[in-house]
Design a protein around this ligand. Structure first.
Ligand code: ADP
Length: 489
């Protein structure tokens, strides 16, 4: 399309996600300082070719006064961001409550602790009400900024109720919804009290996307079993309306990692690490410290490996970098102490006066340090019990052009579907099998390592975040065009 002067105007893409990709710090009554996040997802979505992107989401801070809200809105608009202001109570009930305490564990097959089960059942309704309310607030902001021809892309489990709210404002709005977590088996899904409302809302979208074909199947069978609708591998039909459902596996901005390895500060980091660990093989774990990452299982497998392979004592070290998340939640605090206890025990058991087998850090690393670690390590261990995709495995592969290290990857991470042929796949619940995989990886001949690495490297560099975003958005555009032409006929 063109404006009055005949200059082509780009179509607009409204990306709606719980959190804007910024961190905002208040500097005065009407002044704010912003820092943009620079992940692969952000770059990909902002860079979809042929589209001008606006980002709509919660700014991550509670702003209760009009002056502050107006100033922040203005500042955010410079970054093409539009805020959805949520008050503290809603954030508590919707975000901490329904999203993180109910949906997150549910989508990842984590049963609740027995003592939490009844408590959660009791507060379920108020938290679900807050979830609906928050989704309605997002919808109101989207609607306010929506213009004819815009494409709206809703992200993740925080906004399952959004497609329906948007279509109530305007049934012609082009709406896509993508889930970044797994979608569980329908047998798990159907225990969720609000199962039908959420499915019906997602089906209001024109295109629904998941990381893997397994998640697509689980979603379609949830629709057929819970709602009694007709499902095919391509989607779900509800009273003549067909919702397309498909797999769109995300990737990373692989060039950003490859380029970083050439930077002087990264090269000097690499050199330092090589000297520090010379004569030893190094294994790496990089995770948020979350239940889903299988960190205790990973460390126990390493212990079993050390037990069974005395020849390797003092010749191999595990670096586990675990960023703390949700540190205010007792279950996460328990996980942290559990991990510390296991690490302490193993280091006590297998350490010497000068070296320990496990270095465990409770913090995040900056991008350059992370790239250096990815580049120098011999093995990466990704042992998620469930994981939508797992981008750490992609980042490791992108940085391994010279070493050709081995990726040990859980079959329960979405990435197993794409990197399975190059990685060693493991069941993280089977400690014995994981210990054997560590031994296999440490002894793997160079030509096998090279072949496996090449396979994964080709995948990671050709299936980028950019390509993912463009495929989803163009399919969403296409889906609409198709359904409009069918209604006309
Ligand atoms: P999740 O989204 O569940 O945390 P992913 O593996 O998909 O899992 O993405 C994690 C992202 O966070 C990656 O980009 C990774 O580089 C980054 N990350 C994870 N742990 C750390 C850490 N300890 N230090 C720095 N970055 C980290």
């Amino acid at each position: 399309s063109e404006n009055q002067d005949g200059i082509p105007v780009k179509q607009r893409l409204l990306v709606v996600a719980n959190k804007l990709p910024v961190s905002a710090v208040r500097k005065g009554a009407d002044s704010w300082q912003l820092e943009m996040s620079v992940g692969g997802l952000v770059t990909a979505v902002l860079g979809v070719k042929g589209f001008e992107t606006r980002w709509i989401g919660w700014p991550g801070v509670n702003v209760s006064d009009e002056v502050g809200r107006r100033a922040l809105t203005k500042k955010l608009s410079e970054k093409r961001c539009i805020p959805v202001f949520l008050n503290e109570d809603i954030v508590h009930q919707y975000y901490n409550g329904y999203c993180n305490n109910i949906l997150w564990p549910h989508l990842h097959y984590l049963g609740l602790q027995p003592e939490d089960r009844l408590a959660n059942t009791r507060c379920f309704e108020s938290q679900f009400d807050a979830y609906i309310k928050a989704n309605e607030m997002f919808a109101a902001v989207v609607n306010e900024h929506y213009g004819e021809g815009d494409v709206v892309w809703c992200h993740d489990y925080h906004l399952m109720f959004l497609p329906k709210c948007l279509k109530m404002y305007n049934k012609n709005m082009k709406v896509g919804w993508f889930l970044h977590t797994p979608f569980p088996s329908s047998e798990i899904y159907r225990t969720l009290p609000s199962r039908s409302e959420l499915l019906r809302s997602i089906l209001a979208a024109d295109l629904v996307g998941f990381h893997t074909y397994d998640y697509v199947r689980h979603f379609v069978s949830a629709c057929t079993r819970v709602l009694g609708l007709e499902g095919t591998p391509e989607g779900v039909e509800d009273h003549g309306k067909f919702t397309h459902v498909a797999a769109f596996p995300i990737g990373i901005d692989s060039n950003r990692f490859i380029r970083a390895l050439e930077l002087p500060q990264v090269r000097s980091h690499i050199k330092e690490l090589q000297e520090r660990f010379s004569g030893r093989k190094v294994m790496l774990g990089v995770d948020r410290l979350d239940m889903i990452k299988g960190i205790p299982q990973k460390i126990l497998a390493f212990e079993k490996f050390l037990e069974e392979n005395p020849d390797w004592h003092n010749k191999v070290v595990l670096l586990q970098i675990a960023v703390p998340t949700r540190t205010d939640v007792p279950e996460y605090q328990k996980l942290t102490s559990q991990v510390h206890e296991i690490v302490g025990r193993i280091n006590g058991r297998f350490g010497t006066l000068t070296a320990v087998p496990i270095h465990h850090l409770d913090r995040s690393l900056d991008f350059h340090a992370l790239c250096a670690l990815y580049a120098v390590t011999d093995i990466a261990l990704v042992t998620s019990l469930r994981d939508g995709m797992n981008l750490v495995s992609y980042e490791y592969v992108a940085c391994q052009s010279s070493k050709k290290g081995v990726l040990i990857l859980s079959e329960f991470a979405g990435a197993a579907q794409s990197l399975g042929a190059g990685a060693i796949l493991v069941n993280p619940w089977n400690i014995t099998e994981m210990a054997a995989s560590i031994a296999y990886a440490l002894n793997m001949p160079a030509d096998e390592r090279e072949k496996r690495h090449q396979h994964n490297f080709t995948h990671v560099t050709t299936h980028t975040a950019q390509e993912w975003a463009e495929t989803f958005v163009s399919e969403l555009n296409h889906t609409i065009a198709e359904s409009q032409s069918t209604t006309k006929q």
